[in-house]
Design a protein around this ligand. Sequence first.
Ligand code: UD1
Length: 424
Amino acid sequence: MTEHFQVHGGARLAGAVDVVGAKNSVLKLMAAALLAEGTTTLTNCPEILDVPLMGEVLRSLGCEVTIEADTVTITTPADLNHHADSASMGKLRASVCVLGPLVGRCRRAVVALPGGDAIGSRPLDMHQNGLRQLGAHSEIEHGCVVAEAEGLHGAQIWLDFPSVGATENILMAAVLADGTTVIDNAAREPEIVDLCTMLLQMGGKIEGAGTSTLTVHGVDALQPTEHRVIGDRIVGATWAFAAAMTRGDVTVRGVDPHHLDLVLEKLRTAGADVTILEGNAFRVVQRDRPTAVDFVTLPYPGFATDLQPFAIALTSIADGTSMITENLFEARFRFIEEMIRIGADARTDGHHAVVRGVARLSSAPVWASDIRAGVGLVLAGLCADGVTEVWDVFHIDRGYPGLVENLVNLGADVRRVAAAPERS
Ligand code: UD1
């Protein structure tokens, strides 16, 4: 038996919550430390399981890694091991972002295919094509991505789709290539900007961070640096949805509200009062039942696919009928099966889900299938009659440090129930 959360429905969340550093940034910044010999320090790191798991990946490549509270220190040797095996790689998706730095530093990489959330097919063709255009040979062999280059040279690269991971890997190889690389149709996520900021501090030469065209002038070597991870916009948005769903009043601190412009506008459409506050904070107040609103997931600055479960959870209790369109990861709609279990009126057809809002959900045991789906179920449980049990909460722990404590501080009745001891 694993641990589960007991979520008592009915509370209106009220108070303030601090958001930690971004999971989808810190793991890439840890990989970027491979690019420079010496000691790199990252602060404002979230205390989530993926950080020590990424630490294991870096240790297997020859780095020394220490993690103390929100600070991660990585000492990278002159000679890196270029083989990241499945023992360390299999546990998290972001481990694939060691590929670009290894090709940049060592000119070769053998990287076991990564693990991660079950949210749908996640091919690496754009990562490999980008590296090929920089001069590397790349194949999948025996469950590993193998990439080798005699030399890396700048190139003009057009991505078929603004993939976050492919942009990061190509960028981190190109910073140490000869000549200039232009990545067109690059991803524009704030986490990409954070990576560019750190690479610039390390001596990289990059123009266009935050736009669809990244121009990278290769340099011979980079220096280690100290860098503060940006606040987690996905966690920040989670609290915004939680406030709107529970007709609460929540101030969210530690995340740039401009990273959430579209999200906050959607919540205003659903009836929330949203105020942008000084110093990376905002407040969401919802007085009445949310009204129906449509969502379409797209690369940034579109509505993030990671927030799609919260859109479903919100619209399931909204007044009216909403349409949710998922354009990135088809399997994220599996979440709807669990929502139906607790009384949502929803059905899917391909990329679309139609959700007819109900006045109240009805508690039931439900299972988290990934990080965001798990938290979506917790938010839904807050709006259900009775006590909802959310199982497989190890998914949630990968992305939301102290979720239960934060919810309790905001007035919710949520408990973590320890695993039953094994019978001998
Ligand atoms: C990252 C985030 C994830 C987020 C996603 C989209 C991390 C650790 N994860 O994932 O939380 O949901 O961005 O914002 O940062 N694709 C291909 N070929 C490729 C690469 C991607 O077809 O070579 C497709 C994917 O299947 C998907 C789309 O492109 O449909 C976007 O994927 P991508 O942006 O690469 O997501 P990740 O970097 O894996």
